[in-house]
Write a protein that binds this ligand. Structure first.
Ligand SMILES: [Zn+2]
Length: 193
């Protein structure tokens, strides 16, 4: 469970890997009991990290991208995944973006589908809004959060206090959504097509 590597390290360090393996790196000169103490002192932190790992494993196990396509967390079967997601983007993401834009009078100049491994959405100085096609895979409230976030940049082109107040006026629970979205960032890097 715990791998102890002794080597030419300056300090003792500990890491919990994505697969739940724990690695301790220690300088050659430190004693076994020192290492044991160090691990004991870190036990609370270790358990926290292990909980995060099992959380992520559970979250990832919701999806089987070889078998299914997803719209807002619901699984479908499709002949052509590309067509399916293109259609879903048009039917859901564009519709939601237009509805919210009209409702809150936040007008973008154009809306484009984006294919990014880093970000869910962006808005440039010309008010072109780009939205990641994978938004349609997310739980719906998280997709809405991303769209509201980018729409609010139409009025506030930064992450100032005013910006967040604007977001909050539309989504009072935005802090929870923002935190939840972070858990799903693995999707950006996941092969879906
Ligand atoms: Zn932003």
């Amino acid at each position: 469970m715990i791998d102890i590597e002794r080597g030419r390290y300056k300090n003792i360090s500990i890491r919990v890997k994505d697969d739940g393996k724990i690695v301790v790196k220690a300088p050659k000169r430190v004693s076994d009991s020192f290492i044991k103490d160090f691990i004991n002192k870190k036990s609370h932190w270790i358990n926290l990290q292990l909980k995060k790992v099992s959380d992520m494993t559970l979250l990832k196990s919701k999806y089987d991208f070889n078998k299914h396509c997803y719209i807002f967390d619901k699984a479908y079967v499709a002949d052509s995944k590309t067509k399916f997601y293109q259609q879903a983007f048009n039917d859901y993401i564009i519709t939601i973006a237009n509805d919210l834009s009209n409702k809150y009078n936040l007008k973008f100049s154009s809306l484009k589908l984006a294919n990014s491994r880093r970000i869910w959405g962006s808005l440039d100085s010309k008010k072109t809004m780009k939205l990641n096609w994978k938004l349609v895979i997310l739980p719906k409230d998280l997709a809405i959060y991303v769209i509201v976030h980018e729409l609010c940049h139409i009025k506030e082109f930064n992450h100032s206090k005013n910006f967040w107040l604007k977001v909050e006026s539309i989504l009072p629970n935005y802090k929870t959504l923002r935190k939840e979205l972070k858990r799903y960032s693995f999707l950006l890097n996941t092969k879906v097509l």
